[in-house]
Ligand binder design. Structure first.
Ligand code: BG6
Length: 517
């Protein structure tokens, strides 16, 4: 996948890798993480960069600079990160490798609004360029609340860190939440794009970095058998499920403002939907792929207040039992409003109004504190004609299930004859498991995404128009909940269940049921 951006035009090719991989090479650079004392740095970013190093994919000329408010030396920062890497890395930490890796990590103390701190940062980056040959390339990672974006960006611009010298680049990675409605997203986009061009802006949606999400396009467009069937003539409906046993995990204040629809559906699940529903792109470039995804999001039928009342179910978990352990209800969670009306579950029926998908419902659901953790896409085909075998037996439809996580893989349910003298038909599964087929663990989403940002490949990052159109769809639902004088009820479900019964009714009305995971 190649980004046509000019900043990658002079990308060096490593002759030893030629023919081995079609992905651009990550380039030497300095990665600056704002919010370096945050959870994401310890749990995801540093373990990801370490794993890239362990796999031999990290450019040798690379340094990581953590920028945060707390007083800390480089040595302290390295020790803390080592502890975290040992805990959170997907592969064990090798002592020797860690030692050389740690030498590339630095800490820069500073308030986000303090110009002097940015001057020191700029000087430090210049020094690192000179010492380590990082060529003036900079990757700024904003792992902070969006309210901090404007201040940080303004300071970066004030010291010229958003500008590059001839032959080098400066890019920014921004973490979600990217706005809380279309207006705030547009404002945020403008703030970012005033300082970094869209071409140099990388909006993280970590679901796009998951191997299985990337495999959706391969499954659809590298196989000849699926695409002819991938439309309203052969597909009855699609179900996209995200389920978590986890609750809000200490993120009460954020979550109570966001809710499941904004936290999971607007970004992650709509991204999966667009990969399933998109047309084949004209080429595998970042923009060609994202053009097709945007068309899907734009084709989502906007919902009126009545549609929201009929086609969307919102729920909130009450106390219950998960894996034999009692857990409190959402309103009793730490720093959550005891009268909160925020949804921790959402189920909806969406329509992609284009030729391919006319009349095919997309059922999307997500919930916290459900019975099981897993994300999957189930494509249910139309049943075989009601003659021959189907006349006397309950012959179920074919279902193609794409397991995003865990146990990543794909299975196809088909009907087969049970061995014996009589004709008894039973569903069986043709199953592909990543683990057993490829014999190696999939890299973490952040590994892939960081590598891509270092390589200038924006394919797996959300583009401005994608994000804004997704908000437009989601905003109509939020309005249907919060601006309707007679809002639909917030349904309660016990923790450890599969969500409110109203979500089952949503499908039952159409003569369908949710797939059991
Ligand atoms: C995050 C949400 O973006 O994604 C969390 O804020 C959610 O609430 C998480 O739990 C799910 O990610 P994953 O990769 O664990 O499915």
């Amino acid at each position: 996948m190649v980004n046509p951006s000019s900043s990658t035009a002079e990308r060096p090719t490593n002759p030893l890798r030629e023919g081995l991989s079609n992905r651009p090479m990550p380039q030497p650079c300095n990665i600056v993480i704002f919010g370096a004392s945050g959870d994401l740095t310890y749990r995801k970013l540093i373990p990801a960069i370490y794993n890239i190093a362990a796999d031999g994919d990290l450019p040798t000329a690379l340094a990581v600079v953590g920028f945060a408010r707390r007083e800390k030396t480089d040595a302290q920062f390295r020790t803390e990160l080592e502890e975290a890497a040992r805990k959170f890395s997907r592969q064990g930490v090798n002592d020797e490798l860690w030692k050389s890796f740690a030498n590339r990590i630095f800490y820069q103390r500073g308030e986000f609004g303090d110009l002097e701190a940015y001057k020191s940062l700029a000087a430090r980056l210049d020094k690192l360029d000179a010492e380590r040959n990082t060529r003036g390339n900079r990757l700024f990672y904003l792992s902070v609340a969006p309210s901090e974006f404007p201040g940080i960006l303004e300071m970066l611009a004030a010291v010229g860190l958003n500008k590059t010298r001839e032959g080098s680049w400066a890019r920014v990675i921004v973490e979600k939440p990217f706005g809380k409605d279309v207006e705030s997203a547009q404002t945020l986009n403008t703030v970012v794009n005033n300082v970094f061009s869209e071409r140099d802006t990388y909006r993280i949606d970590h679901y796009l970095g998951k191997e299985t999400a990337q495999n959706i396009m391969v499954l659809r467009f590298a196989n000849g058998i699926f695409e002819p069937l991938w439309n309203h003539r052969y597909i009855d409906h699609v179900q996209i499920t995200g389920a978590e046993t986890l609750g809000v995990e200490g993120r009460g204040p954020y979550y109570d403002n966001a809710g499941a629809l904004r936290d999971m559906v607007q970004n992650h699940l709509l991204q999966l939907l667009s990969l399933v529903a998109m047309e084949p792109p004209v080429e595998l470039s970042a923009d060609a792929i994202r053009d097709e995804k945007v068309k899907v999001i734009r084709s989502l039928r906007p919902m009126s207040f009545e549609d929201v009342a009929t086609n969307v179910v919102r729920g909130q978990y009450a106390a219950g039992t998960i894996n034999g352990k009692e857990v409190v209800g959402y309103r009793q969670e730490d720093r959550v409003n005891p009268k909160s009306m925020t949804e921790t579950y959402v189920a909806l029926k969406a329509h992609v109004d284009n030729w391919r998908w006319s009349g095919v419902p997309f059922y999307v659901r997500f919930g916290k504190r459900l019975a099981k953790t897993g994300t999957e896409i189930a494509v249910q085909f139309r049943s075989a004609p009601d003659v021959l075998f189907s006349r006397d037996a309950d012959v179920g439809p074919n279902v193609l299930v794409i397991r995003i996580q865990p146990d990543e893989g794909i299975s196809l349910r088909i009907q087969a004859k049970r061995p014996g003298a009589s004709v008894k038909i039973e569903p069986v599964k043709m199953d592909f498991h990543y683990g057993t087929s490829f014999g190696k663990a999939s890299p973490e989403a952040y590994e892939r995404l960081l590598l891509d940002a270092m390589s200038g490949d924006a394919t797996l990052f959300a583009r401005r128009d994608e994000v804004e159109h997704a908000w437009q769809f989601v905003d109509r639902i939020e309005h249907g909940w919060h601006q309707n004088p007679e809002p639909p009820t917030l349904c309660e479900y016990p923790a450890g269940s599969w969500g409110p019964s109203e979500a089952d009714d949503l499908l039952a009305r159409d003569g369908r049921t949710w797939r059991r995971m």
